[in-house]
Structure formats: structure tokens, C-alpha cells
Write a protein that binds this ligand. Structure first.
Ligand SMILES: Cc1cc2nc3c(=O)[nH]c(=O)nc-3n(C[C@H](O)[C@H](O)[C@H](O)COP(=O)(O)OP(=O)(O)OC[C@H]3O[C@@H](n4cnc5c(N)ncnc54)[C@H](O)[C@@H]3O)c2cc1C
Ligand SMILES: NC(=O)c1ccc[n+]([C@@H]2O[C@H](COP(=O)([O-])OP(=O)(O)OC[C@H]3O[C@@H](n4cnc5c(N)ncnc54)[C@H](OP(=O)(O)O)[C@@H]3O)[C@@H](O)[C@H]2O)c1
Ligand code: HEM
Length: 489
């Protein structure tokens, strides 16, 4: 404990308080805070509070038994005594044990009770834990908070993970007071309003990457499809038709043909909904009618789909760089050299092949570079430093450029193979031809949308014009974002 007090954990991460209603560090420091319960959370909380300058009194059913488990600076006593000595009491018990506190009603009257509890499952109970606590102690001000912080995060001084602590209460003063304590402990309090938000706050720790499920499943589905397709073409076909063993391709080559296909198709799925949305708006002649639910959902998942695409493209780049260092590649090279010597050929240089590869690798690198920029700007710390226009420029324009360069990379890689019957195995076309379909539709769609007559109408719609409504747009510079919509005439 002494070590901890000396370390940087002893210093709250945020010392200043710029808010008006929130208590400052100075105002909170030195205050006695009560904690009911002596479990993991109570222990971490006590340690963090002590490090932040508070006095801590812990209430237990058996204070003597728990004495050794807390820092010596924390005072362990019976529950009632702890409640009587503090104005703020953290209830670090599970919900099912709340009724065991009923004998403390009188001592708890007028105090601020902080409910830190979580449930094992989402929405198991009719009312939130905090509302339940409030119903048991109607004379106390119940505040929900700190449940989104783990005991570990409390101990490590909130440096790991999210520093935000969501707080809600029907008593604004109590809410501000607890927000002040959270700030003094180095957390960032987020005011969530009344106690009716407690259910939402209690559900938060159960959330596990909700927007990632669909994109990841999509990527896995595409991976399985392309992997199987490539396996049939590149391994099964030579084995069955030419009696050649190409199973060595399974770990690297097949993966390196599959990954870029997944990445490229996902990238095109990021930009397809924007085109579909534009055509919807053009057909309906308004932007005020909501999109179909599937399109809305699709648009909401684009960030995650794009990041999964970037991930696959990065792996593809790494795999590609490793291709020449494999033993199979070396043996193939040596065998080719021996064949060349036997055939008395002095040079195997094929000018067209050299140029093709130089160009497609260069396009690949450029596409990955553009995608990396998109990925970097999607980090909250970077996107927060950009205005809407800059962010949208990078995401829409540069993203589309990445798709176009990726298409050039794929086309130069495929070259004439799409038209060469020898590359159709079991009548299956080369894999890259399948991936080109959606990007071609997008590029064609974008070209149509850029036609002046179409583009003008789309811009008008996006500025509020509606077909059949007499809204007149005046002085509109359609290349800027400042709408000037006159009142209906
Ligand atoms: C590596 C990577 C990272 C990415 N990171 C992010 C990210 O951090 N955040 C993010 O949002 N996307 C991200 N994306 C996804 C993608 O870049 C963006 O969604 C991008 O804005 C799509 O551009 P768009 O031109 O197709 O569509 P949009 O810009 O969405 O749409 C084009 C036009 O449609 C209109 N429009 C769009 N939605 C609606 C609507 N609901 N109602 C009415 N009109 C509408 C707008 O007027 C807009 O001008 C990422 C993609 C990749 C590949
Ligand atoms: N652990 C975390 O990371 C974490 C994170 C966020 C929120 N929380 C919440 O914090 C609360 C406590 O969690 P925890 O991990 O510290 O739990 P815990 O280790 O099980 O401790 C709970 C404490 O409750 C008391 N208790 C146990 N049985 C009881 C009973 N039958 N009647 C009355 N009191 C009883 C005990 O204290 P005494 O024996 O001293 O009375 C015990 O130490 C929970 O609501 C949890 O959801 C925990
Ligand atoms: C540093 C960046 C990149 C490099 C070095 C690179 C290199 C390569 C190589 C060597 C191949 C041939 C693979 C093989 O024959 O086994 C290839 C194919 C391909 N690449 Fe890339 N690439 C890069 C980035 C990208 C990106 C960003 C995309 C798409 C978003 C992409 C999409 C494709 C596609 C679709 C194929 C065709 C796969 C097939 O059908 O066989 N690549 N690339």
C-alpha cells in the first residue's frame, strides 16, 4: 500500500475541475467515504480512494475477519458504524444481498448511497439494481455509478481502458458530489441524468463489440467461400486432373489469394450502400423518407466492415512479402533455372510480365497506404482533431480512391487471365474475376452520379429539395456545404 501511495497512482489522473457543479479535488479531499462490503471491488475502491486523499471507513458483517485484507489506512468496522460516519456510502454488495441491509435504514437516511453493482445477465430483473436500492431506502439519495469500472481498473489508477464513469441519480446534488469524487480519483464522470438511466448503465458491461458481429461473420463467410473456391481450383484440380500434389499451397498461397479477395469485397461493400442510398434518394425525390431498415443497418456497420477489410489487406501484404522466402518458392526457382540451362536459354526475362508485376505491386502498396490513412483517421483521438469536412473527405474521397487503386491492382494482377481458357479450372473462372463484380457496379454507379444532370439533382435533394414540393433553392453553390433554402413560395 505504501508503495502505491508513493507511486504515480497516488496522483489522480485529472486534478482540475473545470465544471461548475462538480466538486473540486480540494473540496472532496479529506472527506470520509464509507464502503459496505469487503470484496474485490470494495478493496480496490478503498485503495484508490485513499490514494486520492479520502478517508475510508469500511463496513462489514465481520470486520475482524476481513481486517488483514485492506490497507492499514482504511478503517474496518461494523456496517452501521461505517454508515453513520460517512455522508457518502458505496454499496459494494451484490443486489441479492441488499435486503440484508434493511436494519440500516435509519442510519442511511439522508446519506448518498452509490450503487456500483452489475448483473450476471442483461435485464434479468424488472427494475434496475439502483432503482431497487432506492426503493429499499427511500430516505437516501441513490446514485448509480462506477459499475463500468473493474476492480482492476480501480487499482491500476484508471490507466487501462476507458476512463469514463457513467453516473445517474434523481438527486442532482448527489450526482454532482459523486461526479466530484470520480474526478478526484482520476476518472471522467459522464452525467447520464435521472435514475431511470441506471438500467442502460447496468447493461453496458454486458456489451461485447456489438457492431463487430456482422462484419466479422461476413468476413469469415467470405473467407470460407473464397478459400474453398481456391482450394478446388489450385489444389484439387491439379491433384485430380494432372495427378500433381499441390497441397503445400494450403497454409500460405491459398490464404494469400483468399485474404485479398475478402479484403477487396469488404471494401466494395463499404462503398456500395452510399451509391444505393443516392439512387434511393433520386428515385424518391427526397431525402426525408427513411431508408429501408437493411440499408440503414448496412450503413451503420461500414466503419467496422472497412476496418476488417484493412486488417485482411494488411495480412495479405505481409503474406505477399513472405512469398519469395518460402522453401517451395526457392525450389521452384532452382527448377526453373535448371530447365533454362538444359534448354540453353540465357535469359528468361519476359518484359510484359516484369511490367505487369511492377505495376500491380505498386498499386497494391498505394491501395494499402490509402486504407491505412482511413484506418488512422477512424481512431477517436485523430477523428476528434478533424472537422467534419476533413473527416468526410478522407473517408469518402480517399476511401473511394483506395477502392479504385485496389481495382487497378487486381486488374493488373489478373491481366489477360480472365480471357484465357487454360485458367478456367473445372470451368471455374480465376478468383479475381469474381471479386471485380461489385467494385465495377460501384464505379459505374459513381460515374452515373457524377453526371452533371444527376449530380445537380442529388445535391438539391441532399439540401432539402423535394419532388412535388415547392421549395426554391437560391444562390446555391452546389460544390459547398452551405445550404440556402428559401422559404416555400
Ligand atoms: C479502413 C477504413 C476505416 C473506416 N473508418 C470509418 C470511420 O471511422 N467512421 C465512419 O463513419 N466510416 C468509416 N469507414 C467507412 C467509410 O469510409 C465511410 O462510411 C464513408 O463515409 C463512406 O462514404 P460514401 O461516400 O460511400 O458514403 P456517405 O458519405 O455516407 O454517403 C454519401 C452521401 O449520402 C448521404 N447520406 C449518408 N447517409 C445518409 C442518411 N442516413 N440519410 C441521408 N443521407 C445520407 C450524405 O449526404 C453523403 O454525402 C471506414 C472505412 C475503411 C475502409
Ligand atoms: N469485481 C469487479 O470487478 C466489479 C466491477 C464492477 C462492479 N462490481 C460490483 O461490486 C459489487 C461487489 O463485487 P465484488 O466483486 O467485490 O464481490 P465480492 O468479492 O463477492 O464481495 C461482496 C461482499 O458482499 C458481502 N456479502 C457477501 N455475502 C453477503 C450476504 N449474504 N449478505 C450481505 N453481504 C454479503 C461481503 O462482505 P462482508 O462479508 O464484509 O459483509 C463480500 O465481501 C457487486 O455488486 C458487483 O457487481 C464489481
Ligand atoms: C502492400 C500492399 C500489397 C501487396 C504487396 C500486394 C501483393 C499482391 C500479390 C503478390 C498478389 C498475387 C498473389 C498470389 O498470386 O498469390 C496480389 C493479389 C491480389 N491482391 Fe494484392 N497486394 C497488396 C495490397 C492489396 C490491397 C490493399 C488489395 C485490396 C483491397 C489487394 C487485392 C488483391 C487481390 C483481389 C488479388 C487477387 C487475388 C487472386 O484472385 O488471386 N491487394 N496482391
Amino acid at each position: 500500500m505504501a508503495d502505491m501511495l508513493d507511486s504515480d497512482m497516488a496522483k489522480p489522473l485529472l486534478e482540475t475541475d473545470r465544471g461548475n457543479s462538480v466538486r473540486t479535488l480540494g473540496a472532496c479531499s479529506g472527506e470520509t467515504v464509507g464502503i459496505l462490503g469487503t470484496g474485490d471491488f470494495a478493496r480496490s475502491l478503498a485503495t484508490r480512494l485513499l490514494c486520492s486523499g479520502f478517508k475510508v471507513v469500511v463496513g462489514s458483517r465481520e470486520p475482524k475477519r476481513r481486517a488483514g485484507t485492506f490497507p492499514p489506512e482504511a478503517e474496518l468496522t461494523f456496517q452501521e458504524d461505517a454508515v453513520k460516519r460517512a455522508q457518502v456510502v458505496f454499496v459494494a454488495l451484490f443486489r441479492e444481498h441488499y435486503p440484508s441491509l434493511s436494519g440500516l435504514s435509519e442510519a442511511m437516511a439522508g446519506k448518498i448511497l452509490v450503487d456500483v453493482s452489475n448483473n450476471l445477465e442483461v435485464e434479468v430483473n424488472r427494475e434496475s439494481n439502483a432503482e431497487y436500492l432506492a426503493s429499499l431506502f427511500p430516505q437516501s439519495a441513490v446514485v448509480k455509478g462506477f459499475n463500468v469500472v473493474s476492480a482492476w481498473a480501480l487499482q491500476s489508477g484508471s490507466r487501462d481502458g476507458n476512463k469514463q464513469v457513467l453516473i445517474c441519480s434523481d438527486c442532482p446534488d448527489a450526482r454532482s458530489h459523486i461526479a466530484g469524487i470520480a474526478r478526484s480519483m482520476g476518472f471522467i464522470p459522464v452525467d447520464m441524468g435521472g435514475l431511470c438511466s441506471a438500467r442502460e448503465i447496468e447493461n453496458l458491461p454486458h456489451r461485447l463489440l456489438p457492431f463487430w458481429k456482422v462484419p466479422v461473420l461476413l468476413a469469415v463467410g467470405l473467407f470460407l467461400f473464397f478459400y474453398l473456391y481456391n482450394f478446388v481450383r489450385s489444389v484439387l484440380h491439379p491433384y485430380l486432373m494432372e495427378n500433381k500434389n499441390k497441397f503445400y499451397k494450403i497454409p500460405v498461397e491459398l490464404v494469400n489469394v483468399t485474404l485479398p479477395c475478402v479484403s477487396y469485397v469488404l471494401l466494395s461493400l463499404v462503398y456500395l450502400p452510399g451509391v444505393l442510398a443516392a439512387f434511393y434518394q433520386l428515385r424518391r425525390g427526397t431525402k426525408y423518407r427513411p431508408f429501408p431498415d437493411w440499408l440503414d443497418q448496412w450503413m451503420l456497420h461500414r466503419k467496422q466492415i472497412g476496418l476488417v477489410s484493412f486488417f485482411c489487406a494488411s495480412l495479405h501484404a505481409l503474406y505477399s512479402l513472405c512469398l519469395p522466402m518460402r522453401r517451395s518458392a526457392r525450389y521452384t526457382l532452382i527448377n526453373e533455372a535448371v530447365k533454362q540451362v538444359k534448354a540453353n536459354l540465357s535469359s528468361a526475362w519476359v518484359e510484359e510480365e516484369v511490367w505487369r508485376m511492377e505495376i500491380y505491386v505498386s498499386f497494391g502498396i498505394m491501395a494499402l497506404g490509402a486504407l491505412s490513412l482511413l484506418a488512422v483517421t477512424s481512431l477517436p483521438s485523430i477523428s476528434n482533431s478533424m472537422n467534419w469536412r476533413e473527416f468526410s473527405f478522407i473517408q469518402c474521397q480517399l476511401g473511394f480512391v483506395a477502392l479504385v487503386i485496389g481495382t487497378l491492382h487486381t486488374l493488373t494482377f489478373g491481366w489477360r487471365r480472365a480471357f484465357d481458357g487454360n485458367h478456367y479450372k473445372f470451368h471455374l473462372p480465376p478468383t479475381f474475376t469474381l471479386t471485380l463484380l461489385v467494385p465495377f457496379v460501384i464505379i459505374l454507379g459513381k460515374i452515373i452520379l457524377l453526371l452533371p444532370c444527376v449530380n445537380r439533382r442529388l445535391m438539391m435533394i441532399r439540401r432539402g429539395w423535394e419532388r412535388g414540393c415547392s421549395v426554391r433553392l437560391t444562390n446555391v453553390n452546389l460544390t459547398t456545404d452551405l445550404p440556402e433554402i428559401s422559404s416555400p413560395v
